[in-house]
Design a protein around this ligand. Structure first.
Ligand code: ZN
Ligand code: ZN
Length: 360
């Protein structure tokens, strides 16, 4: 074979954008003809987790973890896709000449990163993720890779999440101090609500936890999956005046509407990474802000980028600019993907997550 300039052809290492590239529908892998977390209906979708900005109904075929498929069926009905296939954790699934592996992301039950590998190039699309311990799902598994695709929901140095157990201790201390007041805790209905329940149990609280109807189905699913949540009771049908001193968990939007005002003199709490910004808590009328997040904070974003050892970082959504800038100072190539359709702000941690919470 003469010549050092071998033309790109079968077997040549991919340029990164030949293996994965941002499109209006989401991340697209041309050699396998699949999208990851598409925001529009596509023929073949790989889904990282069940939050509505990532998992949408109407795709032809869906490949996701067993838990994510079950969550999609709960939310959209059994006909949410033309067909579905279970991705086992860590197992390589070959499509065309590309291997896909689903690995835990530590975000919510069933959440996965997707490693995309072909011709010696490995790109990891991490979806949403966190590094803090969470008793309700498998911990994030760092995967060494050439290119790491990260979210940046809390990609500013001001965002540092304290340990969640300490925030839950604040809630229980408030319950102790105000035994006559109902504590209404706004928490996103998939993931955050159940994580709070599990942490409340770990702290030794044994009374029933009251829940809003919008939290019920996912909570029942977590329980079936063996997550210890203790006894929960629906608020509907209870005499709210008799719920003084009890803990009630509801979607964030419900803390601000009529539903919450029917409790006499409640303490309004809100569990979100955004509660780090006190002005936001005040503006939302939150008396007891709890900084509990299912997304990596600034320190954990940086630690994760260092840990996976990628030379190049792509940032999907959130505070991309600050993170891209930091990567530059750390000698890493980085670029924002400007993907649209993923929540980048709001009280359920993302706007899409907030819109997702039914009012009923
Ligand atoms: Zn999410
Ligand atoms: Zn998201």
């Amino acid at each position: 074979m003469a010549g050092a300039m071998r033309p790109a052809g079968p077997g040549a290492r991919w340029r990164p954008s030949e293996l994965l590239l941002p499109t209006p529908a989401g991340l697209y892998c041309p050699p396998a003809d699949i999208h990851i977390d598409p925001v529009r209906p596509v023929a073949r979708a790989l889904i990282t987790h069940g939050h509505s900005d990532h998992a949408r109904a109407g795709h032809g075929a869906v490949l996701a973890t067993r838990e994510t498929l079950a969550i999609m069926a709960l939310r959209y009905g059994e006909g949410f896709a033309g067909s579905r296939q279970v991705a086992l954790p860590g197992e390589a699934i070959r499509i065309g000449e590309v291997d896909f592996r689903f690995l835990p992301a530590g975000h919510v039950l069933g959440s996965a990163q997707i490693a995309v590998e072909s011709r010696n190039l490995r790109i990891v699309a991490s979806g949403d993720y966190k590094r803090e311990r969470d008793p309700t799902c498998a911990p994030f598994e760092p995967v060494p890779c050439d290119i790491f695709i990260t979210e940046a929901t809390f990609g500013l140095p001001v965002f540092r999440h304290p340990p969640a157990a300490g925030e839950v201790a604040k809630l229980l201390e408030s319950v102790r101090l105000f035994p006559e007041r109902t504590h209404i805790v706004g928490a996103y209905s998939l993931g955050k609500a159940q994580r709070l329940m599990a942490l409340i149990r770990e702290a030794g609280y044994e009374r029933p936890i009251y829940i809003h109807g919008a939290v019920e189905k996912i909570t029942a699913f977590y329980r079936e999956e063996g997550v210890p949540l203790g006894e929960t009771r629906l608020v509907a049908g209870q005499d709210r005046k008799a719920l003084g001193g009890e803990i009630v968990i509801c979607p964030p939007s419900a803390t601000q509407d009529l539903w919450a005002r029917r409790f006499p003199d409640p303490v309004t709490a809100f569990a979100s990474g955004w509660m780090r910004i006190r002005a936001r808590a005040r503006q939302k009328g939150v008396e007891l802000p709890l900084v509990v997040s299912d997304h990596a904070d600034w320190d954990d974003l940086l630690a994760t980028i260092r840990e996976v050892g990628a030379g190049e970082i792509w940032v999907t959504h959130g505070e991309a600019d600050a993170l891209v800038h930091w990567c530059g100072t750390a000698g890493l190539r980085a670029r924002p993907l400007h993907l649209v359709g993923y929540g980048d702000e709001g009280e359920a941690e993302t706007e899409a997550e907030a819109a997702d919470a039914p009012e009923a």
